[in-house]
Write a protein that binds this ligand. Structure first.
Ligand SMILES: O=P(O)(O)OC[C@H]1O[C@H](OP(=O)(O)OP(=O)(O)O)[C@H](O)[C@@H]1O
Ligand SMILES: O=c1cc[nH]c(=O)[nH]1
Length: 188
């Protein structure tokens, strides 16, 4: 986030520490194993940017539980202006190959925050443009509400009721060199 943008935000508190994130991911990994019943076709697909470390960490935890490697993939969702959207942006998938086979795979999309649901809608479009998964589920660290589409997560780390002025800032060491979840508020 740019310094100018950061200057308009006021920190309201910490929602999760590094150890709370770790414990939550362990719980989510066990829930995924329980619900997918050791399914060999499982692929954890991270949505850029912070969905990627989330997918990789969950895949590693699940791999340890089921004692076999878990396939991962990446989806890159770009944003562009869309005046029809409440937030003036609409997620789209960047062009190019998806980099993994989605056919007959049990895909678990992974993202740090679920908000309007538009990113996940774009991710679903991308998946089905590239093949036919057998099943698609969604894992998110934080569900903050305010959905604009009929999309819900299968696995949720933490439900955080928010106002529209508030923003969830997830920080992962792989992306941010920091590890915590913050609640901040726009002060403009
Ligand atoms: O449900 P939605 O309204 O689509 O919002 C959720 C998306 O917003 C965030 O991405 P952000 O735009 O902050 O990009 P980043 O992860 O690259 O920082 C978050 O990582 C989700 O991907
Ligand atoms: O609060 C929000 C909303 C969307 N994406 C985020 O990362 N935080």
């Amino acid at each position: 986030m740019s310094e100018a943008k950061q200057a308009q935000l006021r920190e309201k508190g910490r929602l999760m520490s590094a150890s709370e994130i770790e414990r939550t991911l362990v719980r989510l990994a066990h829930q995924i194993v329980e619900k997918t019943d050791g399914n060999d076709s499982i692929t954890l697909v991270g949505i850029k940017r912070r969905g990627i470390p989330l997918a990789e960490r969950l895949a590693s935890l699940i791999g340890t539980i089921v004692k076999k490697p878990i396939q991962t993939g990446v989806l890159d969702i770009q944003f562009y202006r869309d005046d029809l959207s409440t937030h003036d942006v609409r997620p789209v998938v960047s062009e190019g190959e998806i980099g993994f086979d989605v056919n007959a795979r049990h895909v678990v999309l992974c993202d740090d925050v679920l908000y309007t649901g538009r990113t996940i809608r774009a991710a679903l479009d991308a998946l089905f443009a590239h093949g036919r998964p057998s099943c698609v589920q969604l894992a998110v660290l934080i569900d903050r509400g305010h959905r604009e589409l009929p999309i819900e997560a299968t696995y949720v780390g933490k439900h955080v009721p928010t106002s529209s002025r508030e923003i969830i800032e997830v920080k992962f060491r792989e992306v941010d060199n920091d590890e915590q979840v913050l609640l901040v508020e726009r002060v403009d």
